[in-house]
Design a protein. Structure first.
Length: 240
């Protein structure tokens, strides 16, 4: 069964990246086991194949916990944040939220954007809804809070990536410092596209998204106790 429910907007003329490798369409298989997460999952990956290998907690992972690695696959269970997590931490009404994230992530990867490779997702019924897991390819590197100095040296590539998202009209509300990965060989990788969505843009090239991204990152940096010099990395309130 081909599973590709979302259409990604055309790239802007100003897109700064070369196209990436096209991914195979997803196939879904039901009632499968996931390493460390039990059975009953509907797995949506190329060929409908689940991750293999022993599941171990992902070292250095930030977020709401429960992130596992099996072989070269990272399994990120969906968890709610804020006060709602005390009432309903992991149950969602349908699987469409997981499918939407994969579609956006796949679009970014195939457009050559600096992100990890998306591998698919899985979901299973639970109580009055479903719970889900996102699969991505493991990539070596440190998240920004684990090495503030690295972020200062990669200012241009970070600003370029955020500017590209603005030009495409893609708003990602979970883009914070913990979702910015610095590989050892240079560059950056941006992670976690849950709830990302395309928004209508004015004719000024995404200027309205730039201050929103900047405010989101500044709030994240201050919350994490980042050194003062890192605040300059995200640039001025108006897009440079």
């Amino acid at each position: 069964m081909i599973h590709d429910p979302y259409i990604i907007l055309p790239l802007p003329d100003s897109w700064p990246y070369d196209p990436g490798r096209s991914l195979r369409p997803l196939g879904c298989r039901i009632n499968l086991e996931l390493p460390g997460l039990g059975g009953g999952w509907r797995v949506c990956t190329p060929g409908g194949m689940p991750p293999v290998g022993d599941a171990v907690p992902l070292e250095g992972a930030h977020g709401r916990g429960g992130i596992l690695r099996a072989g070269d696959t990272v399994m990120r269970p969906y968890r709610r944040g804020g006060l709602l997590r005390h009432i309903n931490e992991r149950t969602y009404r349908t699987h469409l939220r997981f499918a939407a994230e994969y579609a956006v992530h796949r679009g970014l990867w195939e457009a050559g954007f600096p992100t990890v490779e998306p591998l698919g997702y899985a979901w299973r019924p639970v109580r009055f809804g479903v719970e889900g897991v996102m699969f991505t390819r493991w990539a070596e590197g440190d998240s920004w809070p684990r090495n503030w100095e690295v972020g200062v040296t990669r200012t241009d590539v970070l600003r370029q990536a955020i500017g590209a998202l603005c030009d495409w009209g893609l708003w990602s509300p979970d883009l914070n410092a913990t979702n910015i990965l610095f590989p050892p060989d240079g560059g950056i990788l941006l992670l976690d596209w849950d709830r990302a969505r395309f928004e209508p843009q004015p004719s000024n090239g995404g200027e309205d998204l730039w201050p929103r991204y900047r405010a989101r990152l500044e709030r994240s940096l201050r919350k994490l106790g980042a050194p003062a010099e890192t605040l300059a990395v995200i640039g001025p309130a108006r897009r440079p």
